[in-house]
Design a protein around this ligand. Structure first.
Ligand code: ATP
Length: 506
């Protein structure tokens, strides 16, 4: 793990954002708990998404489906048969790896070596005699391996991976291939049992995505809401995947939260909606404060069995550009599958008129999906906000660490401090606190020197600190300190609500 990510992880723990799950028992791999500040930040991200989806779009409504679903759901969706990752075990260390990730790591290593050799070649090219040069053969052989491994990833089958492990030395020298099992498919769904009597029990799954809860309720919502196509259903909820490679903090967890929206459209119009949602979703990330240059689209080279177009929105994490949200054109795959297995029609009657002046009639709608991970967006927000700055202090300089969170997302919007703990200042500060607490999440603090109190708020990203001093008692004004500029200005108490309110709205 790189040092910046390490700093962010320890900051998150030290200031009450994220704790390892059941830490007193040494934690549970790839499962995390959100602390007092983390839960506020995550809720703010989720609320913003919910509001932008449902409140700003008349034709998008919400849903909260259960985590457990009828087991046939996962047969229909293809998860029972094909929600697999290729895995390989090291028999000595008893550790399990994802075959594709081992190959990706090897590719990164080979590309770095190639880069170094080519750099050397540039430096010494005037001194290389004519005829074959040993570096040239090395370049050729590395390029061959790179192409071969890239093809292997595209094919993606256990056979292809086994073949690659035979031909290219993927494992650190000394390990050899003898101590490794063959590559096998590993289903990522967690299962459990329902029913109290053993032989009457059924295997059920913890949902690996929230989308299927939307598909099976498509007609319930459409009919009861009298929805007309195109329309969408949005949902936020937990999903579970038994990830083999669990690393990079809340980027890849075994229990995580998704924010998904399925948009039902008339067949043939899906590409138009796919483009529209791509634009809308990219804009959303920018509006919540992520700089444009840290975001990019990445088209899928290999499409999932259900998709006819798919793109990821990627953010530049300290460990590189990685997916935070997927936008998929899922065709009519899911609804058609549910129709086949449940034997219940999943059709919509479209009475709009086509070019021939006749109603479009009955059809199974096509679907555009936007699928974001709340925990990944949380990590993105944290990485983007984590700021270390050199500031002058007295004679010298020091590093100032703070979270430059968009005020809309900040866990605490303002902190209220009495300058000292006497002469009626705490009472006045509490009066302000009580007046504003219905509108904003606030903190009241009277311990320690005021400088220390400012620092503590910087570390959790509080945009404003309101200080009550002796002047307050005379003319009902306070100082308001800005987190980013550290500047203070005097303001009448009765202007605080509007001032903070404007800053925290988008
Ligand atoms: P990856 O390739 O990184 O495993 P994916 O393509 O399987 O992701 P999707 O199935 O498209 O991901 O899920 C949609 C979104 O859900 C992702 O963009 C991501 O934000 C989130 N997500 C998926 N798996 C996890 C996980 N294990 N932990 C946290 N978030 C996740």
């Amino acid at each position: 793990e790189n040092t910046q990510l390490k700093d962010i992880i320890s900051h998150a723990k030290e200031y009450g954002f994220v704790f390892p799950s059941s830490e007193i028992y040494d934690g549970l791999q790839a499962v995390y708990d959100y602390g007092q500040n983390g839960v506020e930040l995550k809720n703010n991200i989720k609320n913003l998404w919910w509001k932008c989806m449902t409140q700003l779009n008349q034709n998008v409504v919400g849903l909260d489906a259960a985590i457990f679903m009828h087991p046939d759901t996962w047969k229909a969706s293809g998860h029972v048969d094909s929600f697999n990752d290729p895995m390989i075990d090291n028999k000595d260390s008893k550790k399990r790896y994802r075959a594709d990730v081992l190959i990706e790591d090897k590719l990164d290593e080979l590309k770095a070596i190639l880069f170094e050799i080519k750099k050397k070649q540039d430096q010494i090219k005037d001194h290389i005699p004519d005829g074959p040069w040993t570096g040239e053969t090395a370049i050729e052989s590395i390029e061959k391996d790179i192409n071969f491994l890239e093809d292997t990833l595209k094919i993606g089958s256990p056979e292809a991976f086994n073949n690659a492990f035979k031909q290219v030395d993927i494992f650190e020298s000394g390990n050899g291939t003898a101590n490794w099992t063959q590559v096998r498919q590993f289903n990522l769904m967690f299962s459990t049992q329902t029913g109290s009597v053993a032989d009457e029990s059924t295997t059920i799954y913890l949902r690996p995505e929230t989308a299927q809860g939307i598909f099976v309720n498509f007609l319930n919502v459409q009919k009861t809401g009298r929805m007309k196509i195109p329309f969408g259903i949005a949902q936020i909820g937990k999903a579970f995947r038994n990830e083999i490679v669990a690393r990079q903090f809340t980027f890849r967890m075994r229990e995580f939260e998704q924010m998904e929206m399925q948009y039902f459209v008339r067949p043939g119009t899906e590409m138009e909606w796919y483009q529209k949602w791509k634009t809308i979703r990219m804009k959303w990330h920018q509006v919540m404060g992520i700089p444009t240059e840290k975001l990019r689209f990445h088209d899928h080279e290999k499409l999932a069995h259900y998709a006819n177009a798919a793109v990821d929105i990627e953010f530049e994490f300290p460990f590189g550009f990685k997916e935070v949200e997927g936008i998929h054109s899922r065709t009519d795959f899911d609804l058609t599958q549910h129709q086949a297995l449940s034997k219940k029609k999943q059709q919509y009657f479209d009475n709009d008129l086509n070019e021939e002046g006749k109603p479009y009639g009955n059809y199974v709608p096509y679907v555009i999906e936007t699928s974001a991970g709340a925990d990944r967006l949380f990590l993105m927000t944290l990485c983007n906000a984590f700021t270390e700055e050199e500031v002058t202090e007295g004679e010298g300089t020091k590093t100032r660490t703070y979270l430059k969170l968009h005020p809309t997302l900040a866990p605490v919007k303002a902190a209220v401090f009495p300058l000292v703990r006497k002469d009626g200042l705490p009472e006045k500060a509490l009066e302000i606190f009580d007046d504003l607490k219905f509108d904003f999440n606030l903190i009241y603090e009277e311990r320690d020197a005021i400088g220390k109190r400012y620092t503590r708020q910087d570390l959790i990203g509080t945009p404003f600190c309101i200080a009550v001093d002796y002047e307050t008692l005379e003319n009902n004004t306070v100082t308001v300190r800005d987190r980013d500029s550290r500047e203070q200005k005097r303001m009448p108490i009765n202007e605080l609500r509007t001032y903070i309110g404007e800053a925290v709205s988008l």
